[in-house]
Write a protein that binds this ligand. Structure first.
Ligand code: 3PG
Length: 409
């Protein structure tokens, strides 16, 4: 577990606290309305609420989308949603580091919450630069003198060495927020000497990420077994020498995934018996589900799920496991006929005694739609940051907090 300070280490009463959260939410491209408030709720109900209740003057910094993209919108809506979640007024100023933002901060009373506008309005925010360089940026140089403490709660954006993530930690006492703490604590349970057996279930379409994660967790003896499914599983089957048939091979080719096959082969040869691939699959024939054994491949029909024998094998491994990571659903769970694999694996995780960590937008949507979210050990709010962490990469936002903690001691 990284060594950083937390909200427990500071008296925040009457202090100006800059809190970097990750409010980045899905937005309807037509109406520009936020369609899922999970992240706003997560930070709101924990860190922001606690700081406000402890009498801090809370200044919220966050990004939404990327300049030029349809979801690059102001944070006014986020502030309104936050107000509804907390059941109290939340102020908003359509400025990030100019005079209006500074005046709004100076005018805050203890316990009040102010949301500044999208930090990515600041042109140099998203420059990939070291903390010391960002500390000299206009954003940090303007806001830091007004604040007493910086809190980074944005685990989901901690893989970015951006100004609002790493810059303030150079100039201000800095702490991790409650979501940052929770995410890292859950991750350490599946990454740092996890209870064994430990399994990683990697489905979904991001096969390149799955390969990197598999390599890291096998090379470092973190996972005993990697269970592949979804597009990831298809690619691992190709590496085993199977021809999946025209529609399926074309999909892999179109997404430029076939280049990964030599690397997968190498990994499978290095760790015999540790990487599971599906033994049967569900294909779509005239709109219906049909299961075939991998020995019946190639098929002219698209593959949309794992089959019953694979479900049985994976369920056995889940039931024996003490630590489980689940990233990426094994099938097209949005369609009733192809939900079986995803449903069965989540039900097995729900009934097992293992600690489980669920990550990735699709996995979260799947577990929520199945009504099993509260039976999981921990559901991460992060996307890219989680993937990078599982690959063993150091996240700049976390490193910056560790450096700040060393300076405080
Ligand atoms: C995310 O949603 O993964 C984070 O908010 C990071 O967003 P970004 O990929 O635009 O930096």
């Amino acid at each position: 577990m990284p060594k950083f300070l937390t909200l427990d280490d500071f008296d925040v009463k009457d202090k100006v606290v800059l809190v970097r959260v990750d409010f980045n939410s899905p937005v309807d491209p037509q109406t520009k309305k936020i369609i899922d408030d999970t992240r706003i709720r997560a930070h709101g109900e924990t860190t922001i609420k606690e700081l406000s209740e402890r009498g801090a003057k809370v200044v919220v910094l966050a990004h939404q989308g990327r300049p030029g993209d349809p979801d690059f919108i102001s944070l006014e809506q986020h502030a309104q949603i936050l107000g509804r979640i907390l059941g109290k007024p939340v102020k908003f100023v359509d400025d990030v580091y100019g005079e209006r933002a500074k005046n709004a901060i100076r005018g805050l009373k203890s316990g009040e919450i102010l949301v500044l506008d999208n930090v990515r309005n600041f042109p140099r925010e998203a420059k990939d630069a070291p903390p010391e360089e960002h500390a000299k940026s206009d954003l940090v140089a303007n806001l830091a003198p007004l604040a007493d403490l910086f809190v980074n709660d944005a685990f989901a954006a901690a893989h970015r060495s951006h100004a609002s993530i790493v810059g303030f930690t150079v100039l201000l006492p800095s702490a991790a927020g409650r979501i940052m703490e929770k995410e890292l604590k859950a991750l350490s349970r599946v990454m740092e000497s996890p209870e064994k057996p430990c399994i990683y279930i990697l489905g979904g379409a991001k096969a390149d990420d799955s390969l990197r994660i598999s390599k890291y967790v096998l090379d470092n003896n973190i996972a005993d077994h990697v269970l592949t499914a979804g597009i990831t599983g298809h690619l691992f089957l190709v590496a085993r020498g199977y021809d999946l048939g025209k529609p399926n091979m074309e999909l892999l080719e179109k997404n430029k995934l076939l280049d990964l096959v030599p690397g997968i082969k190498e990994l499978m040869d290095k760790y015999p018996g540790r990487i599971e691939v599906p033994v049967d699959l569900a294909i779509e024939v005239e709109g219906k589900r049909k299961e075939i054994s991998v020995e019946e491949l190639p098929t002219n029909y698209p593959i949309y799920d794992i089959g019953e024998r694979t479900i049985k094998r994976y369920t056995e491994l889940i039931m024996k496991a003490k630590s489980i990571v689940f990233s990426g659903p094994p099938g097209v769970f949005e369609r009733e006929e192809f939900r079986k694999g995803t449903k069965a694996l989540f039900e097995a995780i729900a009934s097992s005694k293992a600690f489980s960590l669920i990550g990735g937008g699709h996995s979260i949507a799947a577990v929520q739609s199945l009504g099993l979210a509260d039976k999981m050990g921990y559901i991460s709010t992060a996307g890219g940051a989680l993937i990078e962490f599982l690959m063993g990469r150091k996240l700049p936002g976390v490193v910056a907090l560790e450096e700040a903690a060393k300076r405080e001691r």
